[in-house]
Design a protein around this ligand. Sequence first.
Ligand code: PLP
Length: 368
Amino acid sequence: MTYFDYGATTPIDSEVLDAYIKATQHFFANTTSLHFLGKEANQMMIQATSDIFKTLDLKNHNLIYTSNATEANNLAIIGYVKQFSKGKIITTKVEHASVYQTMQSLEDRYTVCYLDVDDTGHIRLEDLKRELTTDTLLVSIMWVNNIVGSIMDIRGVIEVMKAYPKAKLHVDIVQGLCKIVPDFDFNEIDFLTFSTHKIYGPKGIGGLFIKQGVTIQKILYGSEAQNGLRPGTMDLSLIVATAKAIKKFYSKTQENEAYVKTLFHEAISSLSKNPKIVINTPREHVSPYVINLSIPSIKGETLVHHLEKEMIYVSTGSACSSKLQKPERTVLAMTNSMELATSSIRITLSHLTTHPEIKHLVEVLNQL
Ligand code: PLP
């Protein structure tokens, strides 16, 4: 079988799994318990968190562990704007559903502006400049788009926002972390969301980095765990596994990105020779981990199932929306074509992907 759905989730790495198993076997106590075992577990959690900060060179953030990036995005956006009775929020038309739908839920109270993307799937800084106002509370822009792979100019966003110091910046780094070498400093961002299962770690954990001094309100109520901002018993083993995954894969970002680029270029150059295939993924400022294409006469779902018969596993879009059978929102926003947006598939790569796998995929797609 050939797995091309690493953007949806990744298999757990064996060293990460080992770290998870060891922690779960030997340190099962509740990190908030007052006794020795609890303190020991809490100490391990502090150590794992400190390892994450050190690896990512984060100097002025706190970290709230959540169940996944969906929860972290909800916490950042709702938890921050909740403190204000009105104001403006700026986001994009191509955010992951966990940002996009959260924004939609806030429309009755706040002015929410959804920035357009150009035909390569990138936002324009001029649009952001035009929309920013002194009453802007929050700007939420993803780093790497999960559907077509466009890399947003976060460095430019940081620069533009310097004229509006009251507005906070939230960046969903789920599809960039451990895949793309950042050209901006994580330390300059108020909120950063990540997800462990996208970087060869277990499912069930993600996190939100919050810049020190930036306050948010809780959206879940319960214990005082994690300063009360994310109450509930913490799973130390998931935290230890997260630290292990970040330590192992962050240092390999450049090496893996360079290798995946060779796979990406091989696939794009072969597929673009076929006049029936439209490649939606941009050619520049793009993550080599994502290839999005349409075969206009074939529905995306049909294509996914056809490839499945050859034991090739791809998706139509984000795993979270793939069952909805709607036009793909990002592809529609960048192409304005219903046909391309309903016939698109997403092929996502990994450092585990091989050249023969790419060759096989291209052959099967060409046969179609
Ligand atoms: N943000 C982006 C950009 C994603 O690609 C995804 C998952 O596909 C998420 C957020 C949600 O991640 P999780 O599955 O951890 O909730």
